[in-house]
Write a protein that binds this ligand. Structure first.
Ligand code: GDP
Ligand code: GDP
Length: 436
């Protein structure tokens, strides 16, 4: 299901990113060697009153080459296009400015729900000044202090009221996937090639949601899929849409809605920072991942070319060691017929459950092979474990002290579980809990 989306707009320095970080919190934990995930965060998932939502800080989509007003205008356009609820941030310090008025007019015309924040109301005396902001014609201004974190509860209460309860049909057996990657790696070509395969039956091409053109199809084996469209396929040519941050944001939104991500890289060019960022996000979000090396027809091959390329991928995407790699060509269609079965397999692995008794046998064996670590004279004790979730498979391990289950030992346990069960393509989470 697509999350309802809140977008934050406003001129520079009013406190957008401060507010974004407050609202987003740090629900998405960051694996240390996942590069670039926290840096310049402009997209996150938050929760309020049990409702999950996505949040975008359009201020982070800065196109510095553009004149000031054009920049804000484009950010507001993105907000209007992407969001269910728009939060306009202003500041009590400068009062109502021309830029505020311009954005307010744009938002007013969009007919989207808009919540007006007056930020930097750090003390009660400043509250009387928020009345000037009624002139923006966007209803009641909400006094907020991003620095202190005050007033945001009321804003979120109001935002949640505007979330539509439109539920995207959650068709049980359907696997949703998306092709993610830099511009020009061949996402559109792969899309067309996959859908053009003889035995694939495309049932529907419909703009089902605002931000995506999804395609439903059924593979040879009868498995229904939904292919989720991503950025880069609708080349509309606004400056902001050609920026990397915009493309990253669109990719993150597609990842959110997918069960399995096909991380497309170009066999010709190798792996870039962008790829690592996106892959890191898919990993953090617990999605299934397949690494698709496209344009393999262009690569001069010798005996070990494929093996060497795979080793390079393993080095660059260390945390994705579970992701299968496939070498394809959208042009010659080499190996494309293997993709649907691979996606299906990864999706099955994401949904795999292992019984507690089997898991505990694995844990006992693990401890026998590699004794639990000690820290400051204290030894980690593992009492038992149980699988608490699928998509991704998540295991809670009950221990004497949570801090004693270091990353490296958790990693070792994960590997022992992976040796026993085919969790290929899916992240596996290990969570330590102190036994009460
Ligand atoms: P953005 O450019 O709109 O994303 O603004 P930032 O979030 O980067 O904030 C700009 C500046 O305003 C920073 O120095 C913040 O520390 C400061 N700031 C943000 N919120 C508040 C607030 O509620 N009160 C005060 N006094 N300063 C704030
Ligand atoms: P997108 O921006 O990721 O959607 O990439 P496109 O599908 O538009 O492809 C970019 C360019 O790469 C186009 O000129 C394609 O014809 C070319 N291309 C895509 N896949 C392949 C491939 O497997 N082999 C070769 N030789 N060219 C490809």
């Amino acid at each position: 299901m697509a999350n309802p989306t809140i977008a934050i707009v406003g001129r520079p320095n009013v406190g957008k990113s401060t507010i974004f970080n407050r609202i987003a919190g740090d629900r998405i934990s960051i694996v240390e060697d996942t590069p670039g995930v926290t840096r310049d965060r402009i997209y996150a998932v938050g929760e309020w009153l049990g409702r999950e939502f996505s949040i975008i800080d359009t201020g982070g989509l800065d196109v510095s080459s553009e004149p000031f007003m054009d920049n804000i205008k484009q950010q507001a356009e993105v907000a209007i296009e992407e969001a269910d609820v728009i939060v306009l941030v202003t500041s009590v310090k400068e009062g109502v400015t021309d830029a505020d008025e311009m954005v307010a007019r744009m938002l007013y015309r969009s007919n989207k729900p808009v919540i007006l924040i007056v930020n930097k109301v750090d003390n009660p005396e400043l509250r009387s000044e928020i009345y000037n902001f009624y002139s923006l014609g966007l209803g009641d201004p909400y006094p907020v202090s991003g620095s202190h974190g005050t007033g945001l509860g009321d804003v979120l209460d109001e935002a949640v009221k505007h979330f539509t309860t439109e539920i995207e049909e959650e068709d049980e057996g359907v696997i949703k996937f998306s092709l993610i990657g830099r511009p020009n790696v061949g996402k559109s070509s792969l899309t067309n090639a996959i859908l053009g395969e003889d035995r694939v039956i495309v049932s529907d091409i419909a703009g089902t949601t605002r931000d995506a053109i999804d395609t439903e199809f059924t593979s040879e084996s009868g498995q229904p899929f939904v292919m989720i469209d991503t950025a880069g396929m609708r080349k509309k040519g606004k400056v902001i849409e050609t920026t990397e941050k915009y493309s990253v944001m669109r990719a993150l939104r597609a990842i959110e809605r997918s069960d399995v991500i096909l991380m497309v890289i170009n066999g010709d060019e190798g792996i870039l920072e962008y790829d690592k960022r996106i892959a890191g996000y898919a990993h953090e979000a617990g999605k299934g991942v397949i690494i698709v090396v496209n344009k393999w027809d262009l690569v001069e091959k010798e005996t070990n070319t494929m093996k060497e390329f795979e080793e390079k991928i393993r080095r660059e995407f260390k945390y994705l060691d579970y992701a299968p790699v496939i070498f394809v060509s959208a042009k010659t269609k080499q190996r494309l017929n293997k993709l649907p079965a691979m996606i299906e397999q990864v999706s099955m692995n994401q949904n795999l459950r292992i019984s507690s008794s089997v898991l505990n046998d694995i844990l006992l064996d693990a401890v026998a092979i590699n004794p639990t670590p000690t820290d400051k004279g204290k030894r980690l004790k593992i009492f038992y474990g149980t699988q608490v979730a699928v998509k991704p498979p998540t295991f809670v391990i009950f221990v004497n002290e949570e801090e004693l289950l270091h990353f490296s030992y958790a990693r070792f346990i994960e590997n022992q579980i992976r040796k026993a069960f085919p969790f290929e393509g899916t992240p596996v989470r290990i969570i330590a809990r102190r036994r009460k």
